[in-house]
Design a protein around this ligand. Structure first.
Ligand code: ADE
Length: 235
Protein backbone atom coordinates (compact mmCIF):
# COMPACT_ATOMS: atom_id res chain seq x y z
CA UNK A 1 0.00 0.00 0.00
CA UNK A 2 1.17 3.53 -0.83
CA UNK A 3 0.37 6.38 1.56
CA UNK A 4 -0.31 9.84 0.11
CA UNK A 5 -0.48 13.00 2.20
CA UNK A 6 -1.40 16.55 1.18
CA UNK A 7 -1.72 19.48 3.55
CA UNK A 8 -4.66 21.26 1.93
CA UNK A 9 -7.82 19.78 0.42
CA UNK A 10 -6.76 21.15 -2.97
CA UNK A 11 -3.57 19.08 -2.68
CA UNK A 12 -5.49 15.78 -2.48
CA UNK A 13 -8.71 16.61 -4.39
CA UNK A 14 -7.42 15.47 -7.80
CA UNK A 15 -6.58 12.03 -6.37
CA UNK A 16 -9.61 11.69 -4.11
CA UNK A 17 -11.88 12.29 -7.13
CA UNK A 18 -10.20 9.39 -8.93
CA UNK A 19 -10.00 7.07 -5.92
CA UNK A 20 -12.25 4.05 -5.53
CA UNK A 21 -12.78 4.58 -1.82
CA UNK A 22 -13.38 1.34 0.07
CA UNK A 23 -13.22 2.74 3.60
CA UNK A 24 -12.88 6.03 5.46
CA UNK A 25 -11.50 6.18 9.00
CA UNK A 26 -11.19 9.17 11.31
CA UNK A 27 -8.05 9.22 13.44
CA UNK A 28 -6.87 12.25 15.42
CA UNK A 29 -9.46 14.32 13.55
CA UNK A 30 -7.97 13.36 10.16
CA UNK A 31 -9.94 11.45 7.48
CA UNK A 32 -7.99 8.54 6.01
CA UNK A 33 -9.41 7.25 2.70
CA UNK A 34 -8.28 3.77 1.69
CA UNK A 35 -8.95 2.09 -1.64
CA UNK A 36 -7.40 2.13 -5.10
CA UNK A 37 -6.11 4.96 -7.29
CA UNK A 38 -5.17 4.02 -10.87
CA UNK A 39 -5.47 0.38 -9.75
CA UNK A 40 -2.98 0.81 -6.88
CA UNK A 41 -3.80 0.19 -3.20
CA UNK A 42 -3.50 3.56 -1.47
CA UNK A 43 -4.37 5.45 1.66
CA UNK A 44 -4.95 9.17 1.19
CA UNK A 45 -5.15 11.92 3.82
CA UNK A 46 -5.25 15.70 4.14
CA UNK A 47 -3.13 16.55 7.18
CA UNK A 48 -3.67 20.37 7.38
CA UNK A 49 -0.70 22.74 7.20
CA UNK A 50 2.29 22.64 9.52
CA UNK A 51 4.80 20.24 10.97
CA UNK A 52 2.83 18.87 13.94
CA UNK A 53 -0.28 18.21 11.83
CA UNK A 54 1.89 16.47 9.25
CA UNK A 55 3.79 14.36 11.80
CA UNK A 56 0.62 13.21 13.58
CA UNK A 57 -0.97 12.28 10.25
CA UNK A 58 2.12 10.38 9.08
CA UNK A 59 2.50 8.45 12.34
CA UNK A 60 -1.20 7.50 12.41
CA UNK A 61 -1.03 6.43 8.76
CA UNK A 62 2.02 4.25 9.38
CA UNK A 63 0.58 2.57 12.48
CA UNK A 64 -2.86 1.96 10.99
CA UNK A 65 -2.04 1.11 7.34
CA UNK A 66 1.65 0.07 7.27
CA UNK A 67 2.39 1.76 3.90
CA UNK A 68 5.57 0.61 2.16
CA UNK A 69 6.04 4.16 0.80
CA UNK A 70 4.68 7.56 1.88
CA UNK A 71 4.43 10.36 -0.68
CA UNK A 72 3.81 13.99 0.21
CA UNK A 73 2.33 15.91 -2.69
CA UNK A 74 1.57 19.61 -2.92
CA UNK A 75 2.81 23.11 -3.61
CA UNK A 76 5.84 25.09 -2.44
CA UNK A 77 7.67 28.37 -2.66
CA UNK A 78 10.52 28.16 -5.18
CA UNK A 79 13.69 29.65 -3.70
CA UNK A 80 16.40 28.03 -5.81
CA UNK A 81 18.07 29.73 -8.75
CA UNK A 82 16.23 28.80 -11.94
CA UNK A 83 13.26 27.32 -10.05
CA UNK A 84 10.17 28.92 -11.59
CA UNK A 85 6.48 28.96 -10.83
CA UNK A 86 4.82 25.83 -12.25
CA UNK A 87 8.06 23.83 -12.02
CA UNK A 88 8.36 20.53 -10.17
CA UNK A 89 10.71 19.98 -7.23
CA UNK A 90 11.34 16.43 -6.06
CA UNK A 91 13.15 16.19 -2.72
CA UNK A 92 16.44 14.38 -2.65
CA UNK A 93 16.30 15.21 1.05
CA UNK A 94 14.27 17.35 3.45
CA UNK A 95 15.41 19.63 6.27
CA UNK A 96 13.56 21.61 8.96
CA UNK A 97 14.72 25.22 8.63
CA UNK A 98 13.15 26.24 11.94
CA UNK A 99 14.87 23.49 13.95
CA UNK A 100 17.78 25.40 15.45
CA UNK A 101 20.05 24.45 18.33
CA UNK A 102 23.02 26.21 16.74
CA UNK A 103 23.46 28.22 19.97
CA UNK A 104 24.56 24.90 21.49
CA UNK A 105 27.01 24.23 18.67
CA UNK A 106 24.82 22.04 16.45
CA UNK A 107 24.37 22.65 12.72
CA UNK A 108 21.15 24.52 11.87
CA UNK A 109 18.35 22.03 11.18
CA UNK A 110 20.05 19.27 13.19
CA UNK A 111 17.63 16.86 14.92
CA UNK A 112 19.01 15.13 17.99
CA UNK A 113 17.59 11.66 18.65
CA UNK A 114 17.86 10.44 15.07
CA UNK A 115 21.07 12.50 14.94
CA UNK A 116 20.54 13.84 11.43
CA UNK A 117 19.95 17.17 9.62
CA UNK A 118 18.93 16.17 6.09
CA UNK A 119 16.45 13.28 5.88
CA UNK A 120 17.01 11.37 2.61
CA UNK A 121 14.09 10.54 0.32
CA UNK A 122 13.93 7.18 -1.45
CA UNK A 123 16.42 7.51 -4.33
CA UNK A 124 14.74 5.01 -6.72
CA UNK A 125 11.36 6.68 -6.19
CA UNK A 126 12.87 10.13 -6.85
CA UNK A 127 14.40 8.84 -10.06
CA UNK A 128 11.13 7.25 -11.25
CA UNK A 129 9.13 10.40 -10.49
CA UNK A 130 11.55 12.69 -12.34
CA UNK A 131 11.42 10.45 -15.38
CA UNK A 132 7.61 10.37 -15.40
CA UNK A 133 7.41 14.15 -14.92
CA UNK A 134 8.84 15.08 -18.32
CA UNK A 135 5.56 15.14 -20.31
CA UNK A 136 3.78 17.25 -17.68
CA UNK A 137 6.57 19.67 -16.72
CA UNK A 138 8.70 19.75 -19.90
CA UNK A 139 12.08 21.11 -18.78
CA UNK A 140 10.86 22.48 -15.45
CA UNK A 141 11.91 19.69 -13.13
CA UNK A 142 14.41 19.88 -10.28
CA UNK A 143 15.83 17.55 -7.69
CA UNK A 144 17.22 19.03 -4.49
CA UNK A 145 16.78 19.96 -0.86
CA UNK A 146 13.33 20.95 0.38
CA UNK A 147 13.24 23.12 3.51
CA UNK A 148 10.26 22.83 5.85
CA UNK A 149 9.13 25.10 8.69
CA UNK A 150 6.04 26.33 10.49
CA UNK A 151 6.11 29.52 8.48
CA UNK A 152 4.77 30.77 5.15
CA UNK A 153 7.86 32.34 3.54
CA UNK A 154 7.03 35.69 1.97
CA UNK A 155 10.12 37.89 2.06
CA UNK A 156 13.31 38.14 0.05
CA UNK A 157 15.38 38.25 3.23
CA UNK A 158 13.93 35.05 4.69
CA UNK A 159 14.10 33.11 1.43
CA UNK A 160 17.78 34.03 0.97
CA UNK A 161 18.48 32.96 4.55
CA UNK A 162 16.91 29.51 3.93
CA UNK A 163 18.65 29.15 0.58
CA UNK A 164 22.04 30.08 2.02
CA UNK A 165 21.75 28.13 5.30
CA UNK A 166 20.46 24.89 3.80
CA UNK A 167 21.08 24.94 0.04
CA UNK A 168 17.32 24.47 -0.34
CA UNK A 169 15.58 25.02 -3.67
CA UNK A 170 12.04 25.25 -2.31
CA UNK A 171 10.25 25.84 0.97
CA UNK A 172 7.04 24.45 2.38
CA UNK A 173 5.49 23.44 5.69
CA UNK A 174 5.18 19.63 5.92
CA UNK A 175 7.72 17.61 3.89
CA UNK A 176 10.45 17.80 6.53
CA UNK A 177 8.24 16.48 9.28
CA UNK A 178 6.75 13.74 7.07
CA UNK A 179 10.30 12.70 6.13
CA UNK A 180 11.38 12.86 9.77
CA UNK A 181 8.45 10.66 10.87
CA UNK A 182 9.04 8.16 8.06
CA UNK A 183 12.74 8.03 8.92
CA UNK A 184 11.96 7.19 12.57
CA UNK A 185 9.68 4.38 11.38
CA UNK A 186 12.04 3.18 8.62
CA UNK A 187 9.43 3.82 5.93
CA UNK A 188 10.68 5.15 2.54
CA UNK A 189 9.25 8.52 1.55
CA UNK A 190 9.14 11.02 -1.29
CA UNK A 191 8.10 14.68 -1.48
CA UNK A 192 6.87 16.21 -4.73
CA UNK A 193 6.00 19.89 -4.92
CA UNK A 194 4.88 22.16 -7.74
CA UNK A 195 5.98 25.77 -7.33
CA UNK A 196 3.06 28.13 -6.56
CA UNK A 197 5.14 31.22 -5.66
CA UNK A 198 8.73 32.27 -5.09
CA UNK A 199 8.73 32.82 -1.33
CA UNK A 200 9.41 36.52 -1.97
CA UNK A 201 7.50 39.72 -1.27
CA UNK A 202 4.87 38.67 -3.88
CA UNK A 203 4.48 35.15 -2.47
CA UNK A 204 1.14 35.60 -0.71
CA UNK A 205 -0.55 37.09 -3.80
CA UNK A 206 0.98 34.48 -6.11
CA UNK A 207 0.04 31.65 -3.76
CA UNK A 208 -3.62 32.76 -3.68
CA UNK A 209 -3.69 32.88 -7.47
CA UNK A 210 -1.64 29.81 -8.45
CA UNK A 211 -1.82 27.26 -5.58
CA UNK A 212 -4.83 25.38 -7.00
CA UNK A 213 -3.32 24.89 -10.48
CA UNK A 214 0.07 23.98 -9.00
CA UNK A 215 -1.47 21.44 -6.61
CA UNK A 216 -3.40 19.83 -9.47
CA UNK A 217 -0.20 19.48 -11.48
CA UNK A 218 1.41 17.51 -8.63
CA UNK A 219 -1.61 15.23 -8.29
CA UNK A 220 -1.71 14.60 -12.07
CA UNK A 221 1.92 13.47 -11.95
CA UNK A 222 1.28 11.27 -8.95
CA UNK A 223 -1.74 9.65 -10.62
CA UNK A 224 0.38 8.81 -13.69
CA UNK A 225 3.29 7.39 -11.72
CA UNK A 226 1.45 5.30 -9.10
CA UNK A 227 1.34 1.99 -11.05
CA UNK A 228 5.09 2.14 -11.78
CA UNK A 229 5.86 2.98 -8.15
CA UNK A 230 3.84 -0.01 -6.97
CA UNK A 231 5.78 -2.32 -9.28
CA UNK A 232 9.03 -0.78 -8.02
CA UNK A 233 8.04 -1.40 -4.40
CA UNK A 234 7.11 -5.04 -5.09
CA UNK A 235 10.32 -5.89 -6.97
N1 ADE B 1 3.82 26.59 0.31
C1 ADE B 1 3.67 27.23 -0.86
N2 ADE B 1 4.35 28.39 -0.87
C2 ADE B 1 4.95 28.49 0.33
C3 ADE B 1 5.79 29.46 0.93
N3 ADE B 1 6.12 30.56 0.28
N4 ADE B 1 6.22 29.24 2.20
C4 ADE B 1 5.86 28.10 2.85
N5 ADE B 1 5.05 27.16 2.34
C5 ADE B 1 4.61 27.35 1.09
Amino acid sequence: MIGIIGAMQVEIAGLKDKMEIKETKQIAGISFYSGTIHGVDCVLACCSPGKVNAAVCTQCMILEYHPSLVINSGVAGGIGEGVHMGDLVVAESVVQHDMDTSALGDPKGYVSGPDITYFPASAPVVEAILKAAVPIYAGGTHQGIIATGDQFIGSNQKLMEIRNDFGAICCEMEGGSIGHTCYLNQVPFAVIRTISDNGNDDAATDFMQFAKDAAEKSTRLLYDILPALEIGIRS
